[in-house]
Structures are given as C-alpha cells and as structure tokens.
Write a protein that binds this ligand. Structure first.
Ligand SMILES: Cc1cc2nc3c(=O)[nH]c(=O)nc-3n(C[C@H](O)[C@H](O)[C@H](O)COP(=O)(O)OP(=O)(O)OC[C@H]3O[C@@H](n4cnc5c(N)ncnc54)[C@H](O)[C@@H]3O)c2cc1C
Length: 321
C-alpha cells in the first residue's frame, strides 16, 4: 500500500483544478492500493471541505493566520509538516497554479523525494511512479520513471477528470508552529478581471498576429467573445507586440487551458501555442492559410479572412439571443 496526498490552497475553493487533482489522486491511490489524502493550505470553504471529504480517506485543513494569504515559506513549511504526518506516501500532487509551481521542487527536496513539473498523466506500475509530460515544445511526449519517493508533481489538473464520490473520510483542522519567514511580502497587486479566469473558462476566443493589431481584439473579437460567453486569450506574438495584456497568453510560456471550446483566430498553431491549449475538448480555427498547423488539431475550421467571419458570426449569435 502506498498513499497519495493532494495539496490544495484553501483560498482557491473547490475549483476545476482542485477537482482534477483530487480525481487524479483518487485513481492513483486506487492503483497503488493506498489512500487519497487531501491537505488544504489555509482555511477552505464548506464546498471545498465537502468536495474533498467525499472522495478522500482524510482531509486536513491547515488553518492558521500565516496561511490566510500566500506566503511561500509558510506554505512550504506547513505542506512539509502536513505531508510528513501521513505515512507511506508515494505521490504528492499539486494543481497548476503559480503557487504550486513554486512549491513543488522545494517540497520534494524537503521530503527527500523528487519532483516533476507540468505533468499530463501519472500512473503507478508495480510500485514505480510513471509521469508523462510533453517534450521539445510539444512535439513529443516523454514518460519519466521517478526513482525517489515521495514523487512531488504539479499536474494539468483542469484537463483531468474529477473524482468519483466515495464513502467519505475524516476531516480535521490543524495548525503548526511555523518559523518566522525570512521573506516579507510588502505589497500585493491583484489584477482585477471580470468573469472567470482564462484557466477556468469553458469557451475561449483567442487571437494571434494575423489580426494585425490591437484594434481587432477590441473591436471585433471582444464582441464575439461576449456573444459566445467566452473569455479572451491570445498567442504570444500578440502579447509580445503589446496588443493585449501578457496574462492573456496561452501556451508553453503562458496559461495552460482546457476549455470545452477553443476558437483560434489568426493563430498559426505553433507547437508552443498548442502546448497550452491542446487539452481543449474542441478546437476550431479561422485562418487564411489552409496549411496552417492549427487545422491539424481542429474539429472544424474556416479558411477565410477573419474579417469576413467574426462580424457576421457575432451578429448571428446576438440575433439568436
Ligand atoms: C521558448 C518559446 C516559448 C514560446 N511560448 C509561446 C507561448 O506560450 N504561446 C504562444 O502562442 N507562442 C509561444 N511561442 C511563440 C511561437 O513559436 C509562435 O511564434 C507564436 O505562437 C506565433 O503566434 P501567432 O500564431 O499569433 O503568429 P503567426 O505564427 O505569425 O501566425 C499568424 C497566423 O495568422 C494567419 N492570418 C494572417 N492574416 C489573417 C487574416 N486576415 N485572417 C485570418 N488569419 C490570418 C496566418 O495565416 C498565420 O497562420 C514560444 C516560442 C518559443 C521559442
């Protein structure tokens, strides 16, 4: 038997990332014959506690003032202490938020295990943990056989299936004595945004360099996104050009998204872009070039100048209410 721990941030609630991480942890625990344990860093809502308790053998909420807002050293020490209390752990899973990305290698070091980032699949085979992730900018997949346990990973949780509710487990609150952090956060700037985040969007309308400038994002794609109840994204070329904010970027060095529908407009489909949106349930594209790589990944596409498609499509959708 070997156990699996999923570490979540209480502030994030029971979002798609939490559901996907818990689902992956549950399937992994079933294959190792161990238990799924969920640790929340910071207070968690009732929905999050209930969601976790429905699928995990144990849920620990580390609830203390130092964890009310993310502080890397406090979060790391709390995660280390909570994980150390769960014996025989083979895998510790995190979601794919930036805090998790920061903590994973440091926690692996402290627990004497090994770590891997941006994992798209994880299985256990005869006591060996195998983790899969893309390589060469998305051109190949590689499988890593992890030698030291616990294996600490952050996974593309939003693209992963949620857990199946089970018998339900224990739930307890804990607080640890934490060292005074060496690092002080003097200010926090929260980017205000309306509606769901790019990562949590069910529909994304994304634009690329072929749009020719920021005006098309504002004048045409914004209207289409509103009509489709979608969130706007972009390729790196459009972000680097300063047409849209950097946090709209989807791809290898941007956001990893997995919406129901990803509409790529005037985006060529470079491997680095595909790496961020290839998990989308359905991909559609509008592009003037019939040989654009994006079409190889599309469920459907239109070979056309976006100007001839976006405005009539928006009008049609608006007329349908
Ligand atoms: C290390 C590294 C990391 C990277 N990370 C990322 C990343 O995270 N995200 C990312 O997106 N890129 C990333 N890139 C960049 C990536 O390689 C591409 O350069 C980028 O994705 C291209 O953006 P694009 O598709 O908008 O532009 P282009 O490749 O220039 O494509 C523009 C497309 O628009 C089409 N088009 C032109 N006019 C029209 C029109 N009127 N109507 C319809 N279609 C039209 C063209 O046919 C073309 O296919 C990275 C690169 C490197 C080296």
């Amino acid at each position: 038997m070997s156990n699996v721990i999923v570490v979540l941030f209480g502030n994030n609630g029971w979002d798609r990332s939490a559901e996907g991480a818990a689902g992956t942890g549950q399937r992994l625990a079933q294959s190792t014959g161990g238990n799924l344990n969920v640790v929340f860093l910071g207070d968690a809502s009732k929905e999050a506690r209930d969601g976790a308790a429905a699928c995990a053998a144990s849920v620990v909420v580390v609830n203390q003032p130092e964890l009310a807002e993310y502080q890397p050293e406090a979060a790391l020490e709390a995660a280390q202490k909570a994980c150390a209390e769960i014996s025989d752990t083979s895998v510790v899973l995190f979601g794919n938020d930036t805090y998790s990305q920061e903590l994973v290698p440091r926690l692996a070091h402290r627990l004497g295990g090994c770590s891997l980032a941006d994992v798209q699949g994880v299985t256990a085979d005869g006591g060996q943990v195998l983790a899969t992730r893309s390589a060469y900018g998305g051109k190949a997949m590689s499988t890593y056989s992890m030698k030291k346990t616990p294996v600490v990973l952050w996974v593309r949780a939003r693209a992963m299936d949620p857990a199946t509710p089970g018998a339900g487990g224990s739930l307890e609150e804990k607080a640890y004595e934490l060292a005074t952090p060496r690092l002080t956060i003097t200010s926090r700037d929260v980017l205000e945004s309306e509606g769901p985040s790019l990562e949590d969007a069910s529909i994304i309308v994304s634009g690329g360099r072929g749009l020719g400038g920021p005006e098309a994002f504002e004048n045409e794609l914004k209207g289409l996104a509103t009509a489709m109840h979608a969130v706007q994204g972009a390729s790196r070329a459009a972000c680097d050009a300063g047409w849209v904010p950097p946090n709209w970027q989807v791809g290898q060095t941007g956001k990893k998204v997995a919406p129901e529908l990803y509409l790529a407009i005037a985006i060529s489909g470079a491997s680095q872009h595909l790496l961020g949106m290839g998990d989308s349930k359905m991909i559609a594209a509008i592009n003037t070039d019939p040989d654009a790589p994006i079409f190889k990944h599309c469920s459907f596409g239109i070979v056309e100048d976006y100007k001839n498609v976006v405005a009539p499509l928006t009008e049609k959708l608006n007329s349908m209410g």
